[in-house]
Design a protein around this ligand. Structure first.
Ligand code: G6P
Length: 371
C-alpha cells in the first residue's frame, strides 16, 4: 500500500495533489481550438437537448455540492431553470419531471443507492437522465441515457477530493455545451470560458504550492471545538463542502452558511477566537464582493478569527483578514475549483494532527450502496 500511496502518508493527500492532472484529464479532448465544446458521448440528440425546459440535478454528499455550484453556472449560461436536490429527498416526494426534463445524476462511484433509485424514478417519468460519473461501467451510468465520465482515476480516500473537482469540471462542460447547442446569448463567451478552464490545472498547482500556510493554520486550530465557513453565490457550496470535509475527517463541529444569512442566525454562534473561513468572490463582482467584505467586518468585530480566501491582490479585504489565503484570478463561476483546495488541505492536515485515519474516517463508507 505504501507504494500505491506514492510517498504520501494518506491516499487523500495523494489525491489532493493529483487534482491538476485529474482536471486536465477531464478536460482533455472535450473542446477544440475553435472553442467549440465536443461532448460526443452525450447520446441525447441536439433537438432533444433544445427541447429541455428544466434541469434537475440529483446527488448525495460532496457530489450534491458540485451540483449546487452547477446550478449557478448552468442557469446563467443556458437560462434553463435548474434545481438541485439530494437524491434521498427526490424520490420520496412527488417530483415534477417529464420528457422535457434533463435529470443530471452526479456520482463519483456510480453506485450510491439513493442516486440510483432517484434516476430509476426519473426514467419511469420519461425524463432524460445524464450521469456524471468517475467509474466506468458502474450501475448509474449503465442505467442512464448518457454519461459524461470524469477522469479523476480511482479515488481511494473516503472523503472525496479529486472526485469533486472533476465533477465541477464536468458540470461546467455540460453547461457550456448546452449553451452552445441551444444558442443562448452567452454563445460568444463559450470559447473564452473553455479557454479559462484549460488554465485551471496550472491554477490549482499554484494553490497547492501554498499548502504550507494552510498546514500552519491546521496546527493553530487543532483544538478548536468548532469552525464555521461562509460563502456567497458559488462560494456558498464551497463553504458547505469545506465544513463537510472537516466533519468527515476531524470529527469536529463545522458548519457552512450562506454569508447573506449571517444575520438570520449564524452570527449568534460567533464568539471570541472562533475560526471562520470566508470565501470572497473575485473583485470584479463588485456588489457581492462588497457584501462579503462587510460580513467579514461584522464577525471580526465579534472576536472571530477570520481566514479569508480571496483573489490575489485583493487589498480591500486584507485589513479585515487575520489570515489571507490568495487564490489565482479567475471568473467568479469557476472560483470553486480553486477555493475548495485549501479547505481540503486544512481538513486533511487537522485530522492527521488529531491522529485520525484520514483515508477511512469512522462510520463512513466510500460508497453508500444501501439506504
Ligand atoms: C459517501 C462518500 C462521499 C460521497 C458520497 C456520494 O458519503 O463518503 O465522499 O460524496 O458518498 O458518493 P458518490 O459516489 O455518489 O459521489
Amino acid at each position: 500500500q505504501a507504494a500505491e500511496k506514492g510517498g504520501y502518508d494518506w491516499f487523500m493527500r495523494k489525491e489532493i495533489y493529483e487534482q491538476p492532472k485529474a482536471v486536465a484529464d477531464t478536460l482533455l479532448g472535450r473542446h477544440g481550438a475553435d472553442g467549440q465544446l465536443k461532448l460526443d458521448e452525450i447520446r441525447i440528440s441536439e433537438s432533444e437537448l433544445r427541447a429541455i425546459d428544466k434541469i434537475v440535478i440529483i446527488a448525495c454528499g460532496t457530489a450534491s455540492y458540485a451540483g449546487l455550484v452547477a446550478k449557478y453556472a448552468i442557469e446563467h449560461w443556458t437560462r434553463v431553470p435548474c434545481e438541485v436536490e439530494l437524491a434521498s429527498e427526490f424520490r420520496y416526494r412527488d417530483p415534477i419531471v417529464g420528457p422535457t426534463t434533463l435529470v443530471v445524476a452526479i456520482s463519483q462511484s456510480g453506485e450510491t443507492a439513493d442516486t440510483l433509485m432517484a434516476i430509476r424514478h426519473a426514467r419511469e417519468q420519461k425524463a432524460k437522465v445524464l450521469a456524471i460519473c468517475n467509474t466506468n461501467g458502474s450501475t448509474i451510468p449503465r442505467e442512464s441515457d448518457a454519461v459524461i465520465y470524469t477522469h479523476a482515476g480511482p479515488e481511494i480516500g473516503v472523503a472525496s477530493t479529486k472526485g469533486f473537482l472533476t465533477q465541477l469540471v464536468a458540470c461546467y462542460l455540460l453547461g457550456l455545451y448546452l449553451a452552445q447547442v441551444r444558442g443562448t446569448r452567452f454563445g460568444d463567451e463559450i470559447g473564452s470560458l473553455a479557454a479559462e478552464l484549460d488554465k485551471m490545472p496550472a491554477a490549482i498547482s499554484a494553490v497547492l504550492a501554498d499548502a504550507d500556510q494552510v498546514q500552519a493554520l491546521a496546527a493553530e486550530f487543532v483544538d478548536a471545538p468548532s469552525v464555521l465557513f461562509l460563502g456567497r453565490h458559488v462560494g456558498y457550496p464551497v463553504a458547505l463542502e469545506g465544513a463537510l470535509k472537516l466533519k468527515e475527517l476531524a470529527y469536529i463541529h463545522a458548519e457552512g452558511f450562506a454569508a447573506g444569512e449571517l444575520k438570520h442566525g449564524p452570527i449568534a454562534l460567533v464568539e471570541d477566537q472562533l475560526p471562520v473561513f470566508v470565501v470572497v468572490p473575485p473583485q470584479g463582482r463588485d456588489l457581492l464582493h462588497e457584501k462579503v467584505v462587510s460580513n467579514i467586518m461584522e464577525i471580526r468585530a465579534r472576536g472571530a478569527r477570520t481566514i479569508v480566501l480571496a483573489e490575489q491582490g485583493d487589498t480591500s479585504v486584507a485589513p479585515y483578514a487575520d489570515v489571507m489565503i490568495s487564490l489565482p484570478k479567475v471568473s467568479t463561476l469557476l472560483q470553486p475549483i480553486l477555493a475548495i483546495v485549501p479547505l481540503q488541505i486544512f481538513a486533511c492536515e487537522l485530522a492527521t494532527r488529531k491522529g485520525h485515519d484520514v483515508d477511512q474516517p469512522r462510520n463512513l463508507a466510500k460508497s453508500v450502496t444501501v439506504e
